[in-house]
Structure formats: structure tokens, C-alpha cells
Design a protein around this ligand. Structure first.
Ligand SMILES: [Zn+2]
Length: 76
């Protein structure tokens, strides 16, 4: 679900709201209740990238744990 940035011109508060694209945009400020909220142009949160790539720690090679007994892995 995309994350949208909003800013209220009434009180100046800035907040983020997560809702589907099909949902209507936020118009009323949750802080002051004024209908002066406008959606900010942002790309943050729309695309999730990089989190899955570096999250998993890489397993040590067999040589590091003594599993390679004859240089079969090419590192010995
Ligand atoms: Zn406000």
C-alpha cells in the first residue's frame, strides 16, 4: 500500500497516511480539523527497494567452517 505525505496549510503539521490508490485523499487535518490538507508529491514509500536484498546474512563458505577438505571449492 502506498504511503502518502500530507501537509496542513492551517496548522502546518505534516503527516503520512497509508491508503490504497483507490481511496480518497485526506482532506481534513487530523490535528486542527481544517480542510486545508494538501497532498505532497513524494516517491517515498511507493516503491520498496533494497530491503530484501541486504536483510539476510550470507552463509559462510564451506571452507570457513572446515567443510572443504580438499580445496574442492577453489578457495583453498
Ligand atoms: Zn491542521
Amino acid at each position: 500500500m502506498p504511503l502518502y505525505d500530507y501537509k496542513c496549510d492551517g496548522c502546518g503539521v505534516r503527516f503520512e497516511k497509508e491508503h490504497p490508490m483507490s481511496a480518497p485523499v485526506v482532506k481534513v487535518c487530523p490535528e486542527c480539523g481544517a480542510e486545508k490538507v494538501r497532498k505532497l508529491l513524494t516517491t517515498g514509500g511507493v516503491q520498496v527497494s533494497g530491503s530484501a536484498r541486504s536483510a539476510a546474512p550470507s552463509a559462510p563458505p564451506p571452507c570457513a567452517s572446515g567443510g572443504c577438505a580438499g580445496g574442492m571449492c577453489g578457495l583453498g
